[in-house]
Design a protein around this ligand. Structure first.
Ligand code: CUO
Length: 624
């Protein structure tokens, strides 16, 4: 079978899932490997955070992963399509495709086209369906995306961020690449530093959100503090087509209540126990042994413990704090299920970024990681220095040097692969974008030989909400990674030029359903891992109309010390900083987020900086 034929078989699995009926293939007609499936019924919203849902999904993706060959795999998928819940089906089949060796080079179609109802407001989808009834033959429809709120709600100013289709798709894909239930003993592959990446990727999403909050004149988020607090309201304006019910709204003033599966008390107890492990620097595993939270693995161990993932050293005792938090927050409006309501957007990885509580909750989680980081020694000058290498200056080259312009751009999303419609139907929507730019980095090498540098580029606002200069230790929580790359440094002066589109946090291309059908992207090798990555159009914060002050941080460290895989060309390591590299170790030995992952004593950049670093003032200006 050619790659193109394989891709077509896969695309067919994902088309029109919103129209499946409740009828399930009877148990006696199923392949024996799919017997214990179908517990979560069609039409329910599946959750990658809910324990039971995840267990069933894991059962399926493991069965699919173990299928003998590609034909057997497709046969199982086709049967599973007639049995399992729609969302769970997409999750499990996608995880299998992303990891099976015979699926290398094949793409999972974009989640926003499989389930457009998770991304596009209900009003807009209803409009498209109405227009479809009146469609003239061969007419292609285009509908405009509705706004989901108005300025009475100040948080609406961030709608462009929270509702960005591709950041939500990124989050969905991240959790496909790093399933909480991943069992290396079954799947045969270890996910290197998975717990640490859980901490880092989510820390970065929160930092990015705060940069954008400050861009639109809002203050940084107030972290979620405790399980008793009163919550802000939120309305998603999404209706799930598989159920016909909307994703629940959360009227203002509610607070979390016990669920049938989990109580608030348990959450409090787990949190207390995790903090009790962080403070003395060790936890107790399931056999009662002490596990040290050491400098090298501590953050990874803690990430798995808090998420919690299969790698948790002791889930019995430390629980499943983060995942259940998502479920609880998604069910505040119907905690015991008496109204048989849908959960809210927090229950799913492809929708949760839409809700302001997502960031506040993840900052609360991040604060626990920060407690641990604060227990480590602060970086010494020696750890930060790269002897004989200095960065003399850095310029951001764009139309105007050191000013990056941002603006709103228009794009379209095709609905007809996810929803049964009589012809092509596009939703026209807006998203933030920025002009392309390059970094021009001037580096001196005073040694007699070629050196290899890891270039680390970060960005953060320079001033706080009141216009006061941020002290570095506060600013460090806002530093977002823009790029990280390896480059040789010759003896003497070097000018290194790097394009914004090459970023190690962003995904270079997402192929649409139609492109994949036409065979575009199929021949490129190993496109599959590339489904994970921050969208390029969201690389930098919005900035403001006046031009908002940011500091661009560039640091060069010794690649000979940092690198893990040697000069191997990694497969689909497109967004390696946030998504890792398929089948390889995380390619950078340093802690993720280095050097901003630990508290900083120095108050200002000049007190902190060693010669191999530079802080450059730049501005980001939003143009209408
Ligand atoms: Cu990705 Cu909480 O883990 O959203």
């Amino acid at each position: 079978m050619t790659l193109k034929e394989k891709q077509d078989r896969i695309l067919a699995l994902f088309e029109h899932l919103t129209s499946l009926t409740k009828h399930q293939l009877p148990e006696e007609q199923r392949d024996a490997r799919l017997h214990d499936l179908g517990h979560l019924l069609r039409g329910e919203l599946s959750s990658c955070f809910h324990k039971e849902h995840l267990e069933e999904a894991t059962h399926l993706y493991e069965a699919l992963y173990k299928a003998k060959n590609f034909d057997d795999f497709i046969h199982l998928c086709e049967e599973a399509r007639q049995i399992v819940n729609e969302g769970m089906f997409v999750y499990a089949v996608s995880v299998a495709i992303l990891h099976r060796d015979d699926c290398k080079g094949l793409a999972v179609p974009p989640i926003q086209e499989i389930f457009p109802d998770r991304f596009i407001p209900a009003e807009t989808i209803t409009q498209a369906m109405k227009d479809d009834h009146h469609r003239k033959e061969h007419e292609a429809l285009v509908v405009d995306m509705e706004e989901t709120g108005n300025i009475l709600n100040p948080e609406q100013r961030l709608a462009y961020f929270r509702e960005d289709i591709e950041i939500n798709a990124h989050h969905w894909h991240w959790h496909l690449v790093f399933p909480a239930t991943w069992r290396p003993e079954v799947m045969g592959k270890v996910k290197d530093r998975k717990g640490e990446l859980f901490y880092y990727m989510h820390q970065q999403m929160c930092a990015r959100y705060d940069c954008d909050r400050m861009s639109v004149g809002l203050q940084r988020m107030i972290p979620f503090q405790n399980f008793e607090e009163t919550l802000e309201g939120y309305s998603a304006h999404l209706t799930s087509l598989i159920s016909g019910l909307h994703y629940a709204s959360r009227p203002e003033g509610l607070h979390i209540r016990d669920l049938n599966d989990i109580s608030l008390q348990e959450m409090e107890r787990w949190r207390g126990r995790i903090l009790d492990a962080i403070h003395p620097g060790h936890l107790h595993d399931a056999h009662g042994n002490e596990v040290k939270l050491d400098e090298e693995h501590g953050i990874d161990t803690l990430g798995s413990l808090i998420e919690a993932s299969h790698e948790s050293k002791n889930e019995e005792y430390y629980g499943n704090l983060h995942n259940w938090g998502h479920v609880m927050l998604a069910r505040v409006h119907d905690h015991d299920g008496r109204f048989h309501e849908n959960p809210g957007v927090m229950s799913d990885t492809s929708t949760s970024l839409r809700d302001p509580i997502f960031y506040r909750y993840h900052r609360f989680i991040d604060n626990m990681f920060q407690e641990y980081k604060a227990s480590l020694h602060h970086y010494t000058k020696k750890e930060l220095t790269f002897p004989e290498i200095s960065v003399s200056h850095v310029t951001v080259k764009a139309k105007v040097p050191n000013i990056i312009h941002t603006y709103m751009a228009t794009d379209e999303l095709e609905l007809s692969h996810g929803i049964h419609l009589n012809g092509p139907t596009k939703v026209k929507y807006h998203h933030l974008n920025h002009e392309p730019f390059t970094y021009e980095i001037h580096v001196e090498n005073k040694s007699d030989s070629v050196k290899h540098g890891t270039f680390r580029i970060f960005l953060a606002p320079k001033y706080d909400e009141l216009g006061n200069r941020l002290i570095l230790n506060e600013q460090r929580r806002l530093f977002i990674e823009l790029d990280k790359f390896h480059h040789g440094i010759h003896k003497g002066s070097n000018t290194i030029v790097r394009n914004s589109t090459e970023s190690s946090v962003t995904i270079s291309k997402v192929h649409t359903f139609n492109e994949l059908k036409a065979g575009v992207g199929v021949k490129e090798s190993n496109t599959e891992y590339c489904s994970c990555g921050w969208p390029q159009h969201m690389l930098v914060p919005r900035g403001n109309e006046k031009g908002m002050d940011f500091q661009l941080f560039v640091m060069v460290t010794d690649w000979e010390d940092d690198n893990v895989n040697g000069a191997l060309s990694l497969i689909c390591a497109d967004a390696v900083s946030y998504c890792g590299a398929r089948d390889h170790k995380y390619p950078d030995k340093r802690p993720m987020g280095f050097p901003f992952d630990r508290p900083i004593d120095a108050r200002t950049p000049s007190q902190f900086a060693t010669p191999n670093m530079s802080f450059t003032d730049i501005r980001i200006q939003f143009v209408h």
